[in-house]
Design a binder for this molecule. Structure first.
Ligand SMILES: Cc1ncc(C[n+]2csc(CCOP(=O)(O)OP(=O)(O)O)c2C)c(N)n1
Ligand SMILES: [Mg+2]
Length: 690
């Protein structure tokens, strides 16, 4: 397909829009899109199987702008190709996702064109990017989910899923550790449906990459098992197209296309880090427009014929593919009604009918079992009713108990792409990002590791919350309960950090009963991620005929056991393993005639959403003698115990010793908790008497 004048004009139109948007906002990165525009253009116009009229068509190719600071590139493409907006009920609307006016308000409050691409906010954005490396890592999860969907749903006569995933990345993405983790996994998985485009302009913010990044990236990716091809000049549209053909022809490896480009191409700051982070200035913009043959006095200029050109290219191809797919899906539904029903539910994040029947019951048991074990059992039951629930661990499945063990649950491997047990390797950060990618393709992913190492994955966990996608992050070994492994493995501040993330539901269930109820809530989530924080050590399974029902989990916190009078002198608040400690302390206090209420608080976020009335019922404002108990940083507990309360928590990083010694050493004993409670009750009585 020889390059035409319209190709060149379309590329330069994109460049003009990007320059103008940054100039108008007086903020942004103009140089990056100018350099790589020809590649993004070629991909969208000639290859991407994407219908702007239906940007959520399930079998569309995915495009991820991993160099999210070049967002104007995506905004321009969404505008010029006429991508339509979609509402939260998955209905495609009449209006455009990005209008010219949106581009003019780039980076302003409420604009559809924020500083970085934001999933859920602007239709056509497949994932939120900006933290470098996240986009490429997320794209691996998308490709894995694509593989799995194809394996499960395609039939000889029907290729329901065969989409490809493209990610455009810069030097920064290539430097980030998460990209290496993800590339290593993608190479092992032989994801030939995955194509990364490396925008190698050899410039980052501090200058030329000579000062810091001199490795042979191509050789690195060859070592990962990737197919690597190079384009010597980003402006050579034919060479760019050949590279994409090379990707399409590859059947066993992911492809990396290394594209040599020039940041700020055509502007006075070409090949300079000055093309970063600030507008070109009016003179700079004029110079560049002159270079590209665009009218210097026009802003946000779309020459006649350019929109039509996109319509004839990506528009016509996408519409043709999408309508053909819809037609054959009608026949598919006739031949395979159950599979078609699953596909439709997946698209709308709906669960199969009767899924709750699978949840097990755990009889009361003083010895009990670790919450990681009960969670593993619930997960195994649930997964049998929820075929698109899949996941794994960052190499710790035997410890996190996340392996699916029922008949037919295979490992996801190149030779068994319908497997649901993912082996993510010792790669926590990529594990979370890959899970995000899978959730964006709408299967239900979970991944697991030790709570202490959730820090390694934080940036991707944060993105799951920001994007409002239902990833389940499972963390076991949740406290100093890990014992002998010592301070390196004893989480302290991780719970507070996770709880500080807006939109992430953090659950720390106290027993098997609460684990069941946690999964009941989590399975039903459609737009929220959850973190499950589970114990390594056994915890008694509470006798729910003596204590309140575990269904209270759905409200975040509930009165598990009350003072005999119903009017407590003191409230003991706890999560997870410490709930049992609180129950013991309550008995001890009863001997002294002190009435203690125990409140189990498995999910602070859900409790905070309850009406004031319920919250006051659980934590009556008049009862200010309150003790919070948690084997973690005390950070945040003051919110529930108030200024008159106390918290028994961790103030150091723990120690290496058998669990019993640690509990004694750090004050997690019924005597210590009861003592704190007595002190508070005594103080309140003195105050009342004074
Ligand atoms: C994880 C992360 N660290 C730092 C930044 C800040 N940052 C934005 S752009 C950039 C330079 C990126 O260089 P490159 O990927 O080569 O893009 P180019 O300079 O070529 O546009 C940096 C460090 C970021 N967005 N994400
Ligand atoms: Mg660069």
């Amino acid at each position: 397909m020889p390059t035409t004048e319209l190709d060149t004009l379309a590329v330069n139109t994109i460049r003009g829009l990007c320059m103008d948007a940054v100039q108008q906002a007086e903020s942004g990165h103009p140089g990056t899109p100018m350099g790589i525009a020809p590649v993004a253009y070629t991909l969208w116009q000639k290859f991407l199987r994407f219908d702007p009229q239906d940007p959520i068509w399930p079998n569309r190719d995915r495009f991820v702008l991993s160099e999210g600071h070049a967002s104007t590139l995506l905004w321009s493409l969404l505008h010029l190709t006429g991508v339509r907006a979609v509402d939260p009920d998955y209905e495609v609307l009449g209006r455009q996702s990005v209008t010219l006016d949106d581009l003019k308000t780039f980076r302003q409050l409420d604009s559809r064109c924020p500083g970085h691409p934001e999933y859920r906010w602007t239709s056509g954005v497949e994932t939120t990017t900006g933290p470098l490396g996240q986009g490429v890592a997320t794209s691996v999860g998308m490709a894995m989910a694509g593989r799995w969907l194809a394996a499960r749903y395609n039939r000889d006569d029907f290729r329901v899923f065969d989409f490809d995933v493209y990610a455009l990345a810069g030097d920064g993405c290539m430097m980030e550790g998460i990209a290496s983790e993800a590339a290593s996994l993608a190479g092992h998985q032989q994801l030939s449906n995955l194509c990364w485009i490396y925008d190698s302009n050899r410039i980052t913010i501090e200058g030329h990459t000579d000062i810091t990044f001199t490795e042979d990236v191509a050789a690195r990716f060859l070592a990962y098992g990737w197919n690597v091809t190079t384009v010597a000049d980003a402006n050579d549209l034919d060479a760019v197209a050949r590279a994409f053909h090379t990707f399409k022809a590859e059947t066993e490896r992911p492809t990396l296309i290394v594209v040599h480009s020039h940041i700020g191409y055509g502007s006075p700051v070409e090949d300079s880090p000055k093309a970063h982070g600030s507008p070109l200035g009016e003179d700079g913009v004029r110079t560049a427009k002159r270079f590209f043959g665009l009218p210097e006095d026009e802003q946000f200029y779309v020459p006649a014929g350019v929109r039509d050109w996109f319509e004839q290219g990506i528009g016509a191809r996408g519409a043709g593919l999408r309508t053909a797919w819809e037609n054959f899906f009608t026949s598919y539904r006739a031949s395979y009604p159950e599979l078609a029903d699953e596909i439709e539910r997946i698209q709308r994040r709906k669960l199969p009918d009767g899924w709750e029947a699978a949840l097990p019951d755990f009889p009361a048991d003083p010895k009990g079992l670790a919450t990681r074990d009960s969670s593993g059992k619930v997960l195994n039951s649930l997964a049998q009713r929820l075929p698109w629930l899949m996941g794994g661990s960052a190499d710790l499945a035997p410890s996190t108990k996340t392996l699916l063990e029922f008949e037919g649950a295979e490992s996801f491997q190149p030779g068994s792409p319908d497997g649901r047990n993912l082996h993510l390797g010792v790669r926590e950060h990529a594990s979370a990002a890959v899970s995000n990618g899978m959730a964006l393709v709408k299967v239900r992913p979970y991944w697991s590791g030790f709570l202490i190492f959730s820090d390694y994955a934080k940036a991707a966990i944060r993105l799951s919350a920001l994007m409002e996608i239902p990833v389940v992050h499972i963390f076991t070994h949740d406290s100093i309960g890990v014992g002998e492994d010592g301070p390196t493995h004893q989480p302290v501040e991780q719970l507070a950090g996770l709880r500080a993330m807006p939109g992430l539901l953090v659950f720390r269930p106290a027993d098997a009963g609460e684990v069941v109820e946690t999964w009941r809530v989590v399975a039903g989530l459609r737009h929220e991620p959850a973190a499950l924080v589970l114990s390594r050590q056994n915890l008694p399974t509470l006798d729910r005929s003596r204590f309140a029902a575990a269904a209270g989990v759905a409200r975040g916190a509930y009165v598990l056991a009350d003072a005999p009078s119903g009017e407590p002198d003191v409230i003991l608040l706890a999560t997870g393993s410490e709930v049992h400690l609180a129950l013991s302390a309550r008995e001890e206090l009863a001997v002294d005639g002190i009435g203690a209420r125990v409140v189990s608080m498995p999910c602070w976020e859900l409790f905070d959403r309850q009406p004031q009335e319920y919250r006051d019922e659980v934590l009556p404002p008049a009862v200010t003698a309150r003790v919070g108990i948690e084997q973690a940083s005390t950070f945040g507990w003051d919110r529930y115990v108030g200024s008159g309360g106390a918290v028994v928590g961790m103030h150091t990083y723990g120690a290496s010793a058998p669990l019993k010694q640690l509990l004694h050493h750090f004050g997690f004993t019924p005597e210590r908790v009861a003592q704190r409670a007595r002190e508070l009750v005594g103080a309140r009585q003195r105050e009342a008497g004074a």
